[in-house]
Write a new protein. Structure first.
Length: 342
């Protein structure tokens, strides 16, 4: 892979773009389509860029006697409900990610026009599902979890040009020691794809607010964090989920971390013009300089003015005008500009 840039709906992903924030619903809707619709509105208010839903058919995912079968059936939504939810998410302006767990769910999500797909780490060894999701032509987020590196590499190859890697522990709540943020840069260099951070830190801890910000500062192209409308209910997938209020604070901290990191490509660039009124020295005439005089260093002064830098010359440019003759008289303290010189 040689490209680190993808598009999620109308948003650029990777390639030095701002970190994209994905609000993860998972099973927090508790099987209620109305709750899922309320979560779309909440995600928009929280400052998320995208929302991720987990779409599945229990009968396609687990055997009849599986201990989780009954609970999965309880929160399973019908295909018609998913179409309504996913179309509402698209209409909200958020990017829409579908973490699909089976082939029929892939069809439902694709027909609804989701912007990207996501694959759990436990499904990386399901090559047919990887190919089916990659075949939609939309970005595919591959959760690495604790999967062997060989399996991750194989899945990235199968995903093709639309592949992206999502790092972070699979089990929630995760221990802080399991986060390993330095892996973001390692995997990005190794695979040359956008790399994100799936945060499974305990949603009730203070560190849950700053972990995504730290990931952004470590170069994450996108972060995904779960949320729930009411943490006090302790519903499904609440352990690592934030409340809407805390999710909003988390996004604020992440954006601050991005600004604090600075622009890695700024070195050597011309600085933007200073806004008017900002303290900055320009070259001015120390005293009246008659027309036709050749400028000397003794005629120049370097003072702050109320003019923009673009309207005058910075002190470091003095060598360019010393020796040149004035085209008109220049008054004392008047800013010297190129058009005043021959």
């Amino acid at each position: 892979m040689t490209e680190e840039h993808l598009a999620l709906g109308g948003r650029a992903l990777g390639g030095g773009q701002p970190c994209l924030v994905v609000a993860r619903v998972a099973g927090a809707h508790e099987g209620s389509a109305e709750a899922a619709l309320r979560m779309i509105e909440a995600a928009f208010r929280m400052g998320a860029d995208a929302i991720a839903f987990q779409v599945f058919r229990a009968a396609e995912l687990v055997v009849r006697r599986h201990p989780e079968r009954r609970d999965l059936e309880r929160i399973e939504l019908r295909a018609s409900e998913w179409r309504r939810i996913l179309e509402a998410a698209k209409a909200s302006g958020l990017g829409v990610v579908a973490e699909v767990l089976d082939m029929p769910s892939r069809e439902v999500a694709a027909e609804a026009g989701v912007d990207a797909f996501q694959l759990q780490a436990s499904d990386l060894d399901h090559p047919d599902l990887v190919r089916a999701l990659a075949g939609t032509g939309r970005p595919l987020f591959l959760c690495a979890g604790e999967a062997p590196e060989a399996l991750v590499s194989e899945a990235i190859v199968l995903a093709g040009d639309g592949g992206a890697l999502l790092l972070g522990p699979s089990a929630a709540p995760a221990l802080i020691e399991e986060v390993r943020l330095r892996e973001l840069a390692v995997r990005k260099q190794r695979y040359r794809v956008p790399v994100g951070f799936l945060d499974a830190i305990d949603g009730g801890s203070a560190f849950a607010l700053v972990a995504p910000a730290l990931a952004a500062a470590h170069g994450a192209d996108f972060v995904e964090k779960g949320f729930t409308l009411d943490r006090s209910r302790k519903g499904r997938d609440y352990a690592s989920a934030l409340s809407p209020e805390d999710f909003y604070r988390m996004v604020e901290l992440l954006r601050q971390a991005e600004r604090a990191r600075g622009d890695a490509g700024a070195e050597g660039r011309e600085a933007p013009p200073r806004p008017e009124g900002e303290a900055g020295r320009l070259i001015v005439a120390k005293a009246l300089i008659p027309r036709g005089e050749a400028l000397t260093a003794e005629m120049l002064a370097f003072k702050r003015t109320n003019e923009r830098r673009g309207r005058g010359l910075a002190p470091r440019e003095a060598h360019r005008i010393i020796g040149r003759r004035t085209a008109r008289p220049i008054q004392a303290d008047e800013t010297i500009r190129e058009d005043m010189l021959e």
